[in-house]
Design a protein. Structure first.
Length: 154
């Protein structure tokens, strides 16, 4: 992700988490305990069959498109979550957590008593640090090293 995409993901993180939670709740309500884990969410959806004029066919296509959107959202959320460890400064952590909670920069500035320009600078530092780690991981970030470990000198 580039810096602009990271900025957008941070800004939208709160609602993306809400969308993911809502979709998981919907799936649990519809399927209940009868769901058998197969190969991801796609395996639980009905496969498109029949006449293209069939309303059920279009509903299946709509839901399939919605699940693809959810997968993209989950990927962005995982990106942010996997890189949160690079933020070690207390002030940056506080601002990051408020952003992830859905607070606006102006609200953060007001509540923490920090000038808005400083909050923006802190957010930009967070983005730069997260962007700096993005090149060191694989395509999905799964092989991201543990960023909380300290290197010993000796």
């Amino acid at each position: 992700m580039d810096k602009k995409q990271i900025k957008s993901a941070l800004h939208n993180y709160h609602w993306m988490i809400q969308v993911i939670k809502l979709k998981k709740q919907e799936l649990e309500q519809v399927a209940g305990d009868r769901v058998v884990a197969q190969y991801g969410v796609q395996a639980s959806l009905p496969k498109p069959q029949g006449n293209p004029a069939d309303p059920v066919y279009f509903e299946v296509l709509r839901r399939d498109k919605e699940w693809k959107t959810i997968e993209k959202i989950e990927k962005k959320v995982r990106f942010i979550q996997q890189r949160m460890g690079v933020i070690t400064d207390e002030k940056e952590l506080t601002v990051l957590n408020r952003i992830l909670d859905g607070w606006s920069l102006r609200h953060i500035s007001h509540k923490l008593g920090i000038p808005l320009t400083n909050v923006r600078r802190i957010r930009d530092n967070i983005i730069a640090k997260m962007h700096g780690t993005s090149g060191s991981s694989g395509a999905n970030g799964a092989d991201q090293p543990d960023l909380h470990q300290k290197k010993s000198v000796g």
